[in-house]
Design a protein. Sequence first.
Length: 262
Amino acid sequence: MVIGAAPVVLTASEAGVLTLTLNRPEVLNGLTDEVLDAVAAGCHDAAADAAVRVVVITGAGRGFCSGQDLRGGFEAGDADIRGHLHEHYVPMIRAIRDLEKPVIASVNGVAAGAGMSLALAADFRVAGESATFIQAFVRIGLVPDAGSSYFLPRLVGTAKALELAMLGETIDSAEALRLGLVHRVVPDEDLSHATHDLAARLARGPRSAGLIKQLINQSLDHDLSSQLAREEEAQVLAAESDDFTAGVAGFISKRAPEFTGH
Ligand code: T3D
């Protein structure tokens, strides 16, 4: 059921899953400020809405996202790139990353430049067979942004990250799977079904799933002592949740618990 539609990002919510569909298929879903802000807003809405348990981001048409829309007049010295990144890209990446709920990138086609960053910012990447990934920045004389220089070495190691970012070559879905860039590759015609299955499973998960997302992501930037302290904090919150009570009761009664996300 479509509950709201923006021209550039479609928003649909069903059974605890909020799906944001980038909707500029004629340019393979190139990113404009409006798209960036709409994705960030969708994640903020998801954070505020207890009924939303999972967010899915995908693209309309044959592309996932071709990165910054290059038709907007981006020429050397011509644009306030710093301001632009700060005001539009950073908030979108932060909104995805800071959301205490799982985010799935359902990669239906090419993910290039900041479009690849967008996919990497998600917690899960499910890709159709025809999906490709390109660190396209270097092809036009830019550096990776929108988090690619952070996510990429953490996912594939520095040597491969350097290769991908400095050569800007296209990698296909099989190679992306081999590198650990994506969690699963499925035939294109099965992508929406596979995404839905994963989203439905995550939507049935406990409150602690969001806390786990935060813990694992924080661990990349902290030493053992501070991470142990963060685990204590998160475990206190998890142990206070209704879902912990339901989980223990389910174990004792030998019945699968029904988690509510609270
Ligand atoms: O602050 C800042 O804004 C800086 C931030 C920068 C972040 C970045 O993302 S930089 C990287 C920007 N992205 C790119 O450089 C990728 C550009 N696109 C491509 O290299 C190719 O289109 C693809 C490899 C993604 C796909 O190739 P292909 O052959 O499958 O499709 P195509 O024919 O090139 O594209 C189809 C149409 O989409 C085409 O339009 P047309 O000719 O049919 O009217 C093409 O121009 C358009 N399109 C594709 N990508 C973009 C785009 N139009 C505007 N911006 C794009 N990024």
